[in-house]
Design a protein. Structure first.
Length: 143
């Protein structure tokens, strides 16, 4: 149920044999993301549970389960910024109902990230996914 953008990342990961190359690719896609304006780096958008500074600023177009979910995000750590970019590819542009249906751990496992992230980074990833799902659940319920 992954988006086309996430499938492209998964295909690239299949092509890259070495974890160092995959790690570098995650950092590169993070660098390609537009920065989040300082005005959005506030406590309301900060993700708790991450060792790094992480902000996720959602945008929901419409109401109810068919509302389209997108977000912008940023981190002060390059690898985490890349993980945000991967999550952006996984979640952005789909309905809030579909966001709630995404099995993020399974999708991320396809990339092999689970085995190559430190415990702190894994906890941060889980916190980011929980924040995204909480935002989508609130939008879903508001309809």
């Amino acid at each position: 149920m992954a988006t086309e953008a996430f499938e492209e990342i998964a295909e690239t990961f299949d092509f890259l044999d070495d974890w160092e190359d995959r790690y570098r690719h995650v950092i590169d896609i993070g660098k390609a993301m537009p920065p989040l304006e300082e005005a959005f780096k506030v406590p309301a958008t900060k993700v708790d549970g991450c060792a790094s500074q992480v902000w996720i600023q959602p945008h929901i177009d419409g109401q109810g389960p068919d509302a389209i979910f997108t977000f912008r995000g940023e981190s002060d750590a390059m690898i985490v910024r890349g993980i945000i970019a991967v999550l952006h590819a996984l979640y952005s542009g789909i309905s809030v109902a579909d966001v709630l249906a995404v099995d993020a751990p399974a999708e991320m496992a396809r990339l092999g990230l689970n085995e190559h992230l430190s415990a702190q980074r894994s906890n941060g990833l889980r916190a980011m996914v929980e924040r995204i799902q909480k935002l989508a659940a609130a939008a879903n319920a508001a309809g």
